[in-house]
Write a protein that binds this ligand. Structure first.
Ligand SMILES: Cc1cc2nc3c(=O)[nH]c(=O)nc-3n(C[C@H](O)[C@H](O)[C@H](O)COP(=O)(O)OP(=O)(O)OC[C@H]3O[C@@H](n4cnc5c(N)ncnc54)[C@H](O)[C@@H]3O)c2cc1C
Length: 614
């Protein structure tokens, strides 16, 4: 079936910010990630959408989908996923792919991951005329983090005006930090409005990406046996998508029910049950106040205390909501303010002895005001420098721990039995349900996927001593491979989406260079990456991040998750790709054959399957 995209209609009413993206980089500064220019002919959105998406270059309006691509789409939660293709519906053509740089719409790009990162990359590429883009995701729909994490209370920590794309601002968020369902719906709407939802193939778990030195292309293989060929690959698999369950002796013997917070069992009724929550990190802090209302008893097992700052996150009062929605500039001002507020958090983390101490004092006063019981306060108090681990924002968690049917256990868990959890003091905590709020395998990045670059070199081997990449994006020996939210691009005080946008613009520049120069690929110079990594690691010296163990570090203690500085620095560092930092690979022999202008469908056929999906 060939279907044309809905023509976006002009934005109506005041809810949507129609300012061209170029006018509003994330921090409002000129160092912002490059936004498309000229292409922003006012806000556009499909009828009925509540998200204002600023000017796609219009290229998406009339594009066509590959034959047979729509049939197997399955919706996720019944929403926009209707336009996505299922794994089995992928194009199965085995035509030779044309030159990387010459085809209209090329180079052909495969993006792995349809979370905020993958969608940001696809939007950026489409806006700049790259129409041969395919997004593969193992999940059943768009969303990434926000599709998986549906636990009670799941919400963003970062205010919505900042946790949203700069070019798709909403003015009608219901509260400061939106809930999971609202974020998911927002992402779907943006993907739909920008036309990239049609590029998504769901149920496609990528097992390997292999670079062919001779042909200078990537072969992306799925667990189901399908294969895609691409000139470039973008790995947008995130840092927080693989649930981590600690190995606890006897856990398989538990007679009750158990699940991970990212795999919430909504069929299981917690009412009247004795529930245990293992962990007190960011997810647990959102879960506990919600389920405390339902459970007969709630036991919270804490390994480490947290530093808290207040946040009530109630729905906006009507006058404030109306102000943001209808008064021009208010929403943009709030975004700027939140950006600077988040930068101030980073300032505190970078300077633990001064600013950090002040903010730590603010946190301590808040926690004291919330914890009236001195004994509980002692047990919950963090034993590490403020800002070393993620600072948590909640005005509900600590009060919930003081409810009569809620207990906090700080003795280490020694084993699980059929009845419940036994702690180091020998006490048995009898449970009907055990919830693992134990976070994610953060340092695994895209693994267990096998990524093989030039000369058959494996990324797992290259990263054996700790993950590293130039600006978190490119790795020597892995031509035309880009990582979104890669090593050292997490933020403790900011929005990941700011990084995503900067990364998308950067990799788009790299592919424009490839296209312009008719190259066979682009690869970061080894010495550039090594020098950048040394400088980056050196910037952690003296910061709070170095003062305790955390999920930001790998087994060797190296900090591999976080960017050591401010959001504005990352935007600045990535705003312009420096060609001298890269090598361009010679075009492949077949590049001599001039490519006829390709329709979107034809270009896509080149990028798609060498073999049908099983
Ligand atoms: C509960 C929770 C709350 C959070 N709150 C905040 C917050 O307040 N602010 C903030 O900035 N960040 C927050 N984060 C971090 C969050 O992960 C990022 O903000 C953002 O959503 C990451 O987007 P992403 O696209 O990079 O990765 P993800 O959203 O993780 O998406 C990765 C996608 O890749 C897919 N994938 C992975 N491996 C494969 C494979 N082999 N084959 C095919 N597909 C694959 C996954 O299915 C997934 O859809 C939070 C994370 C969690 C878990």
């Amino acid at each position: 079936m060939t279907g044309s995209r809905p023509t976006p209609e002009p934005h109506e009413g005041g809810r949507i910010d129609g300012t061209p993206a170029a006018a509003q980089p994330p921090n409002g500064s000129t160092a912002g990630a490059e936004r498309p220019d000229g292409s922003t002919a006012g806000a556009q959105r499909p009828t009925g959408s509540s998200v204002g998406v600023q000017g796609s270059n219009g290229s998406s309006a009339g594009t066509q989908r590959p034959t047979g691509s729509s049939g197997g789409a399955h919706g996720s939660n019944g929403s926009s996923a209707g336009a996505q293709r299922s794994n089995g519906a992928a194009s199965a053509g085995s035509r030779a792919r044309g030159p990387a740089g010459s085809g209209a719409g090329g180079p052909a790009v495969v993006i792995v991951g349809a979370g905020f990162g993958g969608i940001a990359a696809a939007i950026e590429l489409r806006r700049h005329g790259f129409t041969d883009v395919t997004i593969l995701d193992k999940a059943h729909g768009i969303g990434g983090t926000w599709l998986y994490n549906t636990y009670p209370g799941a919400a963003c920590d970062v205010p919505s005006h900042l946790y949203s794309y700069s070019y798709a601002q909403r003015r009608d968020w219901p509260q400061l930090c939106p809930r999971q369902a609202e974020i998911l719906e927002y992402l779907r709407e943006v993907a739909r409005a920008q036309g990239v939802d049609r590029d998504v193939v769901t149920g496609a778990e990528v097992s390997s990406c292999a670079w062919d030195d001779n042909q200078r292309h990537w072969t992306v293989t799925t667990a189901a046996g399908g294969a895609y060929r691409a000139d470039a690959v973008v790995l947008a698999t995130g840092q927080l998508h693989q649930p981590s369950r600690p190995r606890i002796e006897g856990s398989e013997s538990f007679a009750g029910h158990s699940f991970h917070s990212a795999e919430w069992d909504h069929e299981y009724d917690l009412r009247g049950k004795r529930v245990g929550v293992i962990g007190t990190g960011a997810s647990a802090v959102q879960i506990v106040p919600e389920i405390a209302r339902e459970a007969r008893s709630l036991t919270v097992f804490q390994r480490t205390g947290n530093w808290f700052l207040p946040r009530k996150n109630r729905p906006y009062p009507a006058p404030l909501k109306a102000l943001i929605e209808h008064v021009p500039g208010v929403q943009a001002f709030r975004r700027r303010f939140m950006f600077e507020y988040c930068e101030a958090l980073t300032l505190a983390i970078r300077h633990p002895a001064t600013i950090g101490r002040l903010l730590g004092l603010r946190s301590a006063l808040f926690m004291r005001s919330q914890l009236s019981d001195g004994e509980l306060r002692r047990r919950l108090w963090p034993d590490y420098t403020f800002g070393c681990k993620r600072i948590l924002f909640s005005s509900e968690f600590l009060p919930a721990l003081q409810l009569p049917h809620v207990r906090v256990v700080t003795d280490a868990i020694s084993r699980v039995t059929a009845e419940g959890i036994v702690t180091a003091d020998g006490a048995l905590h009898a449970l009907d349900c055990m919830i693992y709020a134990t976070g994610f395998k953060t340092n695994d990045f895209m693994f267990p996927m096998q990524v093989t670059g030039a000369g058959g070199r494996s990324l797992a081997d290259v990263w054996a001593g700790g993950a590293h990449a130039h600006l978190g994006l490119t790795v020597p020996g892995f031509p035309s491979l880009f990582i979104m939210y890669g090593p050292n691009t997490n933020t403790s005080g900011g929005s990941i989406l700011v990084y995503h946008e900067a990364q998308a613009a950067y990799l788009r520049q790299a592919l424009e260079l490839v296209r312009r120069s008719q190259a066979g690929g682009i690869e970061v110079r080894e010495e550039v990456e090594a020098a950048g990594d040394r400088a980056l690691q050196a910037r952690f010296a003296g910061t709070a991040w170095t003062r305790c163990d955390s999920w930001y570090r790998d087994r060797s203690g190296r900090i591999v998750a976080n960017w050591p500085g401010y959001m504005r620095e990352y935007i600045g560092a990535t705003s312009r790709l420096e060609p001298s930092e890269y090598m361009l690979l010679a075009g492949r022999p077949s590049d001599q054959v001039p490519d006829e202008p390709a329709t979107d469908a034809r270009a896509r056929t080149r990028a798609h399957g060498l073999t049908p999906q099983a």
